[in-house]
Write a protein that binds this ligand. Sequence first.
Ligand code: DGL
Length: 243
Amino acid sequence: MKIGVFDSGIGGLTVLKALTEVSPNNEYIYFGDTLNLPYGEKRVDELKQLSNKIIEFLISHEVDVIVIACGTLSSTIYDSVKSKYDVKIYDIINPIIKSIQKTNLKKVLLLGTEKTIQAKLFEEKLAKAGVEVYTKACPKFVPIIENKINEPLITAIGEYLYDFKDLDIEVIIPGCTHYGLISEEISEYTKIPCLDIGLLVAEEVNPTYSINDIKIYFSKITPEIKEAVSLIFGDLEIIEKVL
Ligand code: DGL
């Protein structure tokens, strides 16, 4: 099976990595829209336009399944694209909600981009699942992770998360896939475990057959992008492609 995965940048690589571990025998194609990052500050009509282009690019590469590995897109445009194409399209919110429904979690903290938190979709689905949910938008995390601003990560973590340290929160949901790359630092500071979103999504998609190949595209490649990819996947060619 050929699986297309996309995000605004390197965040979705956390989902791609989990997919390749859960289901190693597939063909993967990744698109990171680094030219248009961050998505968390874009209007919904812009997000729709960008997503449609990427979905069409992935379909032109004959994918069987697409995974929108982005919390912002899952919160805003997923409903408008999920039935628009002939391929099955997954988001990240539904797999997370499904897995939370199987647990006894009562109190969680949802982190996300401004857009994700404003959209309230994630929050509403969690509340419907009977979970008390605190939310916090963390707009500096993506630019710090993508090396677009030079602020120490720990300062931003303290700024956003200090108020949540003593509220008996059981689990943090990194509702932006980029945050999966800093889960350890978040948990170390808050002493609260973070859900592994990549794994939850990979288990939901869980395709079972095919060949073994990964192709990674970014709309803009920088040395930082190269470094992030090689940290996660080792020596792997990445391709620059403007859509
Ligand atoms: N990884 C994207 C998400 O899950 C980051 C959004 C952005 O580019 O701001 O929301």
